[in-house]
Design a binder for this molecule. Structure first.
Ligand code: G3H
Length: 479
């Protein structure tokens, strides 16, 4: 797999080639800040050519038997599994995800593809008879089926460049669509490699095309392209809102930011809350949309929980992805600056750091901030880094109020042994998913994954993504 700093690579129908034009985008590795590869920068003309080829491919792909499409997807998943180690190496290099999580990301992606291939076979339509409506007869029959949308633009983020590409591509393909994959710059080499593996698995090279390049040159061009029929994006709320403003009359599936709160009540199992909060907040250094980003704990147990969390955080491994460290360098220096400033601002306003404040370049050691208050930025903004604010509350109602006051509405967690109370509180939380006695997270991937408010639009998850990437079509028989 190409990952050398010298050659610019391009993926074409014949496999890897050197870049044809001098335009390229450099991919920097977060660990040493060095260029780890170069990828071709598509021009707008090349984007048009690629979409033209996809439109040709669509004509035969949408007519292919479902069982044949499913078979090709299974073969693609098998290829990912067979190349799991190499793909994991790329993730460590490109995005500094630790070895175990990188391997998991590839396996999870293969599992997702297999499941989608199966689920796609079972997307049945329905038959409606006219006489169910007043004044109509049984001589009118609607056969309702699902048809593809056309060209789907899949834009995954840097934090899951394989998995969040696959969760877009597999349902799109199974639904009969063709796909433009626009990988993130850090993650582009992984994105090209999974596309190459799709070709090796037998998926035609005019059914999925990876378009790499500068967002500045082709970003807006792609999202407002008249021949793109649907956009599935995961990334920041700011970019999601920009896409929504540019993409006119195109269905959108958006997974955006979050500020997930873990509400901990007095009767919670403290060890369970601690373990879920720490792994929820700090895995992949907090660079997950579903990371636990606030703890809202009632006063009675706040000292106990804060101490337990801080002690556990102090045991987290920090360092290189190859060493399987939990906390690794953040994706860029700019990202680290953003997190670092937010931490220092909170401390200046009176928050108490329960762990040492330590930074080496873009590696920030995990930070627990106690006594965070509503006037601090860290109480509301998404750091996308290893910092966990603890806010003390009087009761569950204040927890719900504070959780709902966020602009985001991705997930929330409630820790209590009173499941009835948890259920009642869950009803009040304005989020896509509530976890009772568990950390906030997306999977299992056949569950619905939904964001309210600034956290997104539409529902993902195997079946939900298949539905979102197909539309109803009614054929009416007049007997
Ligand atoms: O970053 C956004 C991802 O969808 C989060 O997925 O909960 O499996 O880490 P995860």
């Amino acid at each position: 797999m190409p990952n050398g700093a010298d050659d610019c690579v391009q993926l074409g129908p014949q496999g890897w080639t050197s870049c044809q034009s001098g335009e390229h985008v450099a991919v920097y590795g977060p660990v040493h800040g060095q260029i780890i590869g170069k990828v071709h920068a598509f021009s707008r003309e090349e984007v048009d050519q690629a979409i033209g080829r996809l439109q040709e491919g669509f004509q035969s792909w949408k007519r292919m038997l479902l069982t044949e499409r499913a078979q090709l997807l299974h073969q693609w998943a098998d290829k990912l599994e067979a190349n799991r180690a190499e793909l994991a190496e790329l993730l460590m290099l490109e995005i500094a995800k630790n070895h175990r999580d990188s391997l998991d990301e590839v396996q999870r992606s293969a599992d997702f593809i297999h499941y989608t291939a199966e689920e796609g076979l079972r997307l049945a339509g329905e038959t409606l008879f006219g006489d169910a409506f007043p004044g109509q007869t049984r001589q009118k029959v609607s056969i309702v089926g699902r048809v593809p949308l056309g060209v789907v633009l899949a834009i995954p983020p840097f934090n899951y460049p394989i998995n969040l590409a696959v969760t877009k591509i597999a349902p799109a393909l199974m639904g009969g669509n063709v796909v433009v994959l626009k990988p993130p710059t850090q993650g582009a080499i992984a994105g090209l490699n999974i596309t190459r593996l799709a070709y090796e698995a037998g998926i035609p090279d005019n059914v999925i095309i990876a378009i790499t390049g500068s967002g500045r040159v082709i970003g807006d061009y792609l999202i407002s392209h008249p021949r793109v029929n649907m956009i599935n994006f995961t990334g920041s709320t700011q970019t999601g809102q920009h896409i929504a403003s540019k993409a006119i009359m195109v269905p959108l599936l958006l997974e955006l930011g979050g500020k997930d709160a873990a509400i901990v009540l007095a009767d919670a199992n403290i060890e369970r809350a601690r373990d879920n909060i720490v792994s929820g907040a700090f895995s992949y250094s907090g660079q997950r949309c579903t990371a636990v980003k606030r703890v809202l704990v009632v006063e009675e147990i706040a000292d106990q929980l804060a101490t337990a969390v801080a002690q556990k955080v102090m045991t987290l491994s920090v360092g290189a992805p190859e060493a399987d460290s939990v906390v690794t360098p953040l994706i860029s220096n700019e990202a680290a600056d953003f997190v670092w400033d937010m931490i220092h601002e909170a401390v200046a306003q009176g928050a108490v750091a329960l762990t040492p404040l330590r930074r080496e370049g873009n590696l920030i050691y995990p930070v627990v901030l106690d006594f965070v208050t509503r006037d601090m930025r860290v109480a509301w903004e998404e750091p996308f880094g290893p910092v966990l604010p603890i806010i003390r509350i009087h009761d569950a109602e204040e927890g719900v109020e504070l959780a709902n006051a966020s602009e985001y509405g991705l997930q929330g967690a409630i820790f209590t042994q009173d499941v009835s109370q948890a259920f009642l509180l869950a009803e009040e939380l304005d989020v896509g998913t509530v976890q009772i006695n568990g950390k906030t997270s997306r999977g299992p991937d056949h569950f619905p994954f939904v964001g309210t408010k600034a956290s997104g639009m539409g529902a993902q998850g195997v079946r939900y993504s298949l539905l979102a990437m197909t539309r109803l079509k009614s054929t009416v028989l007049n007997l």
